[in-house]
Design a protein around this ligand. Structure first.
Ligand SMILES: C[S@@+](CC[C@H](N)C(=O)[O-])C[C@H]1O[C@@H](n2cnc3c(N)ncnc32)[C@H](O)[C@@H]1O
Length: 240
């Protein structure tokens, strides 16, 4: 049985694809010993385990797909949020590409007066150069749902930006974080879509040499960023 933070049981779907990704918490049937690497669940429900894909984080036995493995990656997002708040109110903040919800919960914590809109289709195969694209996106979406459980100002929008282009609340927002497609064409399309809708700033991830398409798209559409954070998040002010 999988429980939420509040101790309420989640409905467990035995058919879900992510079952293969789970660590079997039962004792080894021959030795009766706990399986190697299957760490104890702490009082918040988290545990770590060694799987064929390396050391991974679980929440009540459900794989959480960690992309930001240390606090440095998270601090950059907190700092980015602080920069936004230093320039003005942030009522509506949009994230394009939310994956398992790590960045989404940081926005929710760091932007305490904002509605956080998370847009992601949670479909695999979107980019052959992005390892995240090969993950089991059904399981990733479930990790997102569990991670953002209780984030009452967060709105999950399953689809691409284009699917929500008519939503009145998204015609004019304070800031957007673009972290979806990392190809030149994909990043450019997202930035061009959102730039006219942003009042305060446009921001995103992966402005680094590993993603030349992102750098080219940012430079072409908005110019050199005003700030690049240690995790390679970028920020361009619209209102100075
Ligand atoms: C690198 S991950 C996002 C990581 C997340 N922002 C974080 O920091 O934890 C990229 C995500 O973009 C999503 N994605 C791919 N194409 C997209 C699109 N056209 N619109 C929105 N999201 C997209 C993928 O499903 C994937 O979850």
């Amino acid at each position: 049985m999988v429980f939420s933070k509040e101790g309420v049981p989640y409905e467990q779907d035995q058919e879900e694809d992510c079952s293969q990704e789970r660590v079997d918490r039962s004792l080894d049937k021959d030795s009766g010993q706990q399986q190697e690497g299957d760490g104890p669940i702490n009082e918040s429900g988290f545990s770590e385990a060694v799987t064929p894909k390396g050391r991974r984080l679980f929440y009540w036995g459900v794989l959480m797909y960690v992309m930001r493995p240390n606090d440095g990656y998270k601090q950059s997002l907190r700092d980015l949020a602080k920069s936004l708040l230093s320039k003005g109110a942030v009522s509506h903040f949009v994230e394009i590409g939310s994956f398992s919800g790590e960045s989404a919960v940081i926005w929710h914590e760091s932007l305490p007066d904002s509605t956080i809109w998370c847009i992601d289709p949670w479909l695999p195969g979107y980019d052959p150069n992005d390892a995240a694209s090969n993950e089991n996106m059904t399981a990733v979406e479930k990790a997102f749902d569990r991670r953002v459980f209780g984030c009452e100002r967060l709105v999950k929008l399953k689809g691409t930006s284009d699917d929500f282009k008519s939503l009145s609340c998204l015609q004019s927002v304070d800031a957007v974080y673009v972290d979806a497609m990392h190809t030149y064409e994909g990043a450019k399309a997202d930035i061009e879509f959102w730039l006219p809708r942003c009042k305060l700033a446009i921001t995103g991830h992966d402005y680094n040499g590993g993603w030349p398409g992102v750098i080219k798209a940012v430079d072409e559409v908005v110019g050199k960023p005003d700030f690049i954070f240690p995790d390679s998040s970028w920020l361009k002010w619209i209102k100075r």
